[in-house]
Design a protein around this ligand. Structure first.
Ligand code: COA
Length: 162
């Protein structure tokens, strides 16, 4: 297994894997049916969607885990210049591992690799948004010593703001 920067070559396989992970989250954590999401909505989901793939590829902080040529894991991230008075914060947009390769330390290695590369880019902190019902993700972040208590991010949908 190797961890490599995300490239155009990975585009199709990382898209398939990220959508499979989102589908799993929708069905298993949100207890909703994937069929509720029509094609238009599905096309926009995830960091690997056509509108954002290039942004994450160019961030220098998005990586894939590969077994031979097969993409078996991914992490999409970027640097945000200021959050909470802290300059240069790594924002983790999404992480996922192929179900057949889980509990082998790949998610942990992807997060560690990201943190190491973040340090090289001058980052001081990593932020990751975790749904409280996503136990495996929460435990993975705790293993990396993320502080996950009492943290919530509120958001306002500006498309409905008047
Ligand atoms: C969350 C996810 C990325 C973890 O990837 P992974 O490669 O299986 O994780 P690792 O093998 O590196 O696990 C590292 C640690 O996390 C914890 N952990 C991960 N999955 C766990 C599970 N299902 N149950 C309990 N602990 C778990 C354990 O502490 C584990 O260490 P250990 O194996 O020494 O006990 C993977 O489950 C996944 O892709 N889930 C679907 C997508 C998703 O929910 N992404 C997160 C969006 S924020």
């Amino acid at each position: 297994m190797k961890i490599a920067p995300l490239t155009d070559e990975d585009r199709v396989s990382v898209r398939v894997l990220e959508l499979a992970c989102i589908k799993e989250y929708v069905e298993e954590c949100m207890k909703r049916s994937w069929d509720e999401f029509d094609l238009d909505v599905r096309q926009k989901l995830g960091a690997s969607a056509s509108g954002s793939f290039g942004h994450y590829r160019d961030s220098g902080l998005s990586f894939v885990a590969k077994e031979g040529d097969q993409v078996i894991g991914f992490i999409f991230a970027q640097i945000i210049n200021w959050i909470d008075g802290i300059e240069k914060v790594v924002w983790v947009e999404n992480i996922g591992v192929d179900p057949e390769f889980r509990r082998m330390g790949i998610g942990y290695m992807l997060l560690r690799h990201l943190a190491e590369e973040g340090v090289k880019q001058g980052a001081q902190l990593v932020h990751s948004s975790i749904s409280p019902d996503n136990i495996s993700s929460l435990l993975l972040h705790k293993k990396m010593n993320f502080l996950a208590e009492d943290r919530k991010i509120a958001y306002l949908d500006l498309s409905t703001f008047v």
